[in-house]
Design a protein around this ligand. Sequence first.
Ligand code: FE
Ligand code: FE
Length: 190
Amino acid sequence: MVDLLYVTKNKEGRTLSKEERRNKVLELLNKAKAMELQAIHQYMHQHYILDDRDFGELAAKVKLIAIDEMRHAEALAERIKELGGEPTTELAGPVVKGQDVKDIFPFDANEEDEAIDTYGQFANICRENGDTISASLFEMIIEHEQAHFNYFDNVDNHIKTLGDTYLSNLAGTPSATGPSKGFAFPSGGE
Ligand code: FE
Ligand code: FE
């Protein structure tokens, strides 16, 4: 996690130079890019599990959310390139495999909640370092992560309160996602 004590000053208390501030922003953008790459792989894996178990509607939504995360990774990479950095290809952490359907939604709600909190801190640090474009990018992404959180949390609550009745109603539902679009990017985001 980011050391909030050294946002605009170094450890000796000296105010950061323009280049040091840009490098700090680049570090955050790349941390976020790695988080998005992890989310993409996690959600794609879950989408296959849900498809295999024939929960088409849930699979389709998780696929669309993975596509949103791909657009986030792209947007972050474009900003990294704009600032003269090199977009990372590393994942922030390992993909959890073989989850049960009931475990997927609370897990994902927690991932989104963590991303909202982290990106909120990143946006503030970008702004304190004078980079309002990167701050706005994080704020745009946070709105999408909130929509993702709301969906995952809703499904988790339905499963917890209605259990197998809810899930059996979703068995055999279609998994088609239609032409290129996302979850929080309904028109494709272009
Ligand atoms: Fe994302
Ligand atoms: Fe998300």
